[in-house]
Design a protein around this ligand. Structure first.
Ligand code: 4AD
Ligand code: MG
Length: 433
């Protein structure tokens, strides 16, 4: 008689019954007559208890062949035990090896350097901390879809191969048949703006690519960005949407990912404070603030990571810095009618030194002003023809933003480097595995 399969997280529903659990060995222990296999299956940890006298000699022998990371199927009775991990134990009646694992498994229970771990990312992913981060990322992704679905935004998938370009940072290019170069998208925004005139409220959710030679803990060459675009929102409404969105994602993790946050030793009380409204700091005031703290930032500069850290140090919530100088920001941002040296934009800086998680703006909706900016920046005018035409036929005030997924997950998880927040990070010096 074969027992039904159960995942470790499902064991409470099987108390007293006999089931088969499949997974990978994490620890082994034996006292000669009694042996313990601790295993994981992606849903939790389970201790399986083997008593020599109660097992067939073959099954007991197979226990002796087990090694760390061997894949096993363990059959036994589910016993409630408050002291066991997950509150359950398995009293084993049979044991099968699905896939043996030689003793030279690359990740051993000792300290490995980060480069070594990244080289063995395929196996590093199996460790408890990485599993916790992956589950929080998944929660954030699902939260993003739910947030926008509930507010009647339509998801629009924008192209990854593009002829036009978006942001100022480096481009990856590839040959594209007779059409010349194609560029991997740095942003979906410009297409999102076109779609907002069709659908009203849209968001994109996709990979974006930047050939930036930055080796900081916040830069990937391939990262995922979420870009809502809303017809008739101005910059103020754009910021309200951002604070509601970010608070929703953080509180959702606090509510649903307690176990993972605990695994990461995250101070949840800090996350609980992330509720609207967020402080708003005019760029000019932000420059004065960082200068008063010793920075040599000048009016006109974009703010660097060190200045951002000085700003957020005063707050326990994310902070908006709004209306940057025109020259420090992208060509498509709308000129501020009250101070044409600046544009109607914002950066959202996460607390605890996590840096900019959102860049957003109201878009320039005046055809001639936009054309002037494209020329001023010496951008290829032909490539932007379709984008300019949106300002010719029924131009409309609109605003949107881009949230960096890995930076957001890194902040929620309290991980200092965003490379752990994506399964297979791509960085300047890393293309494998
Ligand atoms: O500020 P950015 O460059 O804004 C845009 O791309 C706009 N088109 C967004 C919009 O208005 N629709 O990028 C947005 C966010 C940043 O705040 C940051 O969180 C993330 O994307 N980001 C990166 N994340 C990881 N690695 C990189 N190299 C990143 N560059 C930007
Ligand atoms: Mg930015």
């Amino acid at each position: 008689m074969s027992a039904p399969f159960a995942r470790i997280s499902e064991l409470p529903a099987h108390a007293g019954a006999t089931v088969t659990v499949r997974g990978w060995v994490t620890h082994l222990r034996s006292s000669g007559k009694v042996a313990f296999v601790v295993m994981r299956d992606g849903t939790g940890l389970l201790q399986a208890v083997l008593v020599k006298n109660a097992l067939s000699p073959e099954a007991w022998t197979r226990f002796g062949e087990l090694t760390q990371e061997a894949c096993v199927a363990v059959t036994g009775q589910v016993k409630v035990d408050a002291r066991a991990p997950g509150g359950h134990e398995l009293g084993v009646s049979d044991l099968a090896i699905i896939g043996p694992s030689p003793l030279d498994y690359p990740i051993q229970p000792k300290e490995h350097g980060v480069d070594y771990l990244l080289d063995h990312r395929t196996f590093w992913l199996r460790t408890p901390r990485q599993v916790a981060i992956a589950r929080i990322r998944h929660e954030v992704e699902q939260g993003i879809h739910d947030f926008f679905y509930e507010r009647e935004f339509v998801r629009v998938d924008t192209p990854i191969l593009t002829a036009a370009i978006g942001e100022r940072s480096g481009l990856f290019s590839t040959e594209y048949f007779e059409e010349g170069n194609a560029y991997l998208a740095q942003t979906g925004q410009l297409y999102g703006e076109a779609a907002a005139a069709a659908l009203g409220k849209i968001y994109t959710f996709g990979p974006t690519f930047r050939a930036e030679k930055s080796k900081t803990r916040r830069h990937l060459t391939e990262f995922w960005m979420i870009e809502p675009e809303v017809a008739f929102n101005d910059s103020a409404a754009n910021m309200v949407l951002q604070e509601e969105f970010v608070s929703y994602l953080v509180q959702r993790c606090v509510e649903r990912r307690q176990a993972e946050l605990k695994e990461l030793e995250r101070d949840i009380s800090k996350l609980e404070k992330v509720v609207p409204p967020f402080p708003r700091l005019d760029y000019t005031d932000a420059v004065a603030l960082v200068r008063s703290k010793g920075s040599d930032a000048k009016w006109g500069d974009d703010l660097g990571a060190e200045d951002e850290a000085l700003i957020v140090a005063d707050y326990d919530k994310p902070v908006f810095v709004f209306n940057y100088p025109k020259a420090a920001k992208a060509f498509y941002m709308k000129e501020n009618p009250d101070d044409p040296r600046t544009v109607l934009c914002d950066d959202l800086l996460a607390p605890e030194g996590s840096g900019e998680i959102i860049g957003g703006s109201q878009r320039e909706d005046d055809h001639d002003k936009l054309l002037h900016r494209i020329r001023e920046e010496q951008l290829p005018e032909d490539a932007y023809g379709w984008y300019l035409a949106l300002r010719k036929y029924g131009t409309f005030p609109h605003a949107g933003f881009g949230l960096g997924l890995e930076r957001t997950v890194a902040w929620i998880c309290g991980t200092p480097h965003i490379r752990e927040c994506i399964a297979f990070p791509r960085m300047m010096h890393r293309l494998r595995p």
